[in-house]
Design a protein around this ligand. Structure first.
Ligand code: RIB
Ligand code: CA
Length: 329
């Protein structure tokens, strides 16, 4: 009997968070028990509304959305609305969802769900504030979790908020430091910039999406145009890096990425604020707390994403994918 895997997605939608939500929602393997929102790309209230917009798109407004932390644990909140738009969805002006309201109490939802549903997988796609607050209040709340997969940090790749820091860990460094220091019963599967930078939604892939599910294409086109412009202006990249969906794809198909176990700690102050320090040579002789992803099969990712999210037909995809992908190193 193929039982669905219960999952919680803690996120800050956010353009790439929204694409990750779509992949999770369109995958039969998952039962999305709830979506919790943290301030990050956009303030939490805006993020919650964006999560509802994604749920409405796929007729899943039955899934609850919970607003969580509006501020980091200690540092002042700095959003990424310069990249994701004032509305957090590329200034796409998608009409708000009025038929359902988000709930609050994201942290207690995370704690209760983990306690009542042993074997739940937690995805963290934004700053780790909600996760840290859940653990501060109940240090054992991850005791029954099966996996904890977080988009964040980097190993050998440069940062996107500073030379060394990735946004999720930079935005709330105290939360990230705390979560990594808790010796969780599950390894923190760190999906960092080393692998997510290789997942680029290009104009060619977007053009192909036009020939798949029309409604999904329209949504993705609307929310990514601003992101395309930002990437061109700031990184001279044609297209946009979509970080978060790789966490979901990796959980669906562990063969599409490789990595190694290590001890990781997060710096919180000065020029290294938010840096994920990977002790790959075991200087500190401390227990491994993380699994760091270092390689990704881009073709396998796009095959999975396009077939699930855009309902692209398998044999057509195998034929078209080589045209779509210039494999990035
Ligand atoms: O650094 C990229 C991460 O920060 C992604 O999760 C993006 O959505 C933002 O939250
Ligand atoms: Ca995110």
């Amino acid at each position: 009997m193929n039982t669905k895997k219960n999952i919680i997605i803690d996120c800050d939608p956010g353009i790439d968070d929204s694409l990750a939500l779509l992949l999770a929602l369109q995958s039969e393997e998952f039962n999305v028990v709830g979506i919790t929102i943290v301030s990050g790309n956009a303030p939490a209230a805006i993020g919650a509304q964006n999560a509802l917009k994604v749920l409405q798109l796929v007729n899943r407004l039955d899934i609850p959305v919970y607003i969580g932390a509006e501020e980091p644990l200690k540092v002042p909140f700095e959003s990424a609305q310069d990249t994701h738009g004032e509305d957090g969805l590329g200034n796409s002006q998608i009409p708000p969802v009025t038929s359902v309201q988000p709930k609050t109490e994201a942290v207690s939802f995370i704690q209760k769900t983990l306690q009542q549903n042993p074997g739940t997988t937690v995805f963290a796609l934004g700053p780790l504030t909600n996760i840290a607050l859940a653990l501060k209040e109940d240090p054992n709340c991850f005791a029954e979790a099966s996996r904890f997969i977080a988009m964040g940090g980097s190993y050998l790749s440069h940062g996107n908020c500073s030379p060394v820091a990735e946004y999720n860990f930079w935005c709330d460094p105290e939360a990230a430091k705390f979560v990594f220091s808790q010796n969780l019963p599950v390894s923190i599967e760190m999906v960092g910039l080393d692998v997510t930078r290789k997942i680029v939604l290009t104009p060619t892939i977007l053009e192909y999406m036009k020939h798949t599910d029309e409604q999904i294409y329209q949504f993705i086109q609307q929310i990514t145009q601003f992101y395309f412009d930002y990437h061109w202006e700031h990184e001279t990249v044609l297209g946009c890096v979509i970080n978060d969906p790789l966490t979901i794809a990796y959980a669906l198909d562990p063969t599409l990425a490789k990595g190694f176990n290590s001890h990781v700690e997060i710096a919180t102050t000065g020029i290294s604020r938010g840096q994920s320090i990977v002790d790959d040579h075991n200087f500190w002789q401390l227990p491994n707390n993380s699994y760091i992803l270092t390689d990704v099969d881009q073709t396998a990712f796009w095959h999975l994403f396009l077939s699930r999210v855009c309902k692209a037909e398998g044999s057509q995809l195998s034929q078209v994918l080589p045209q779509l992908l210039e494999v990035r190193s």
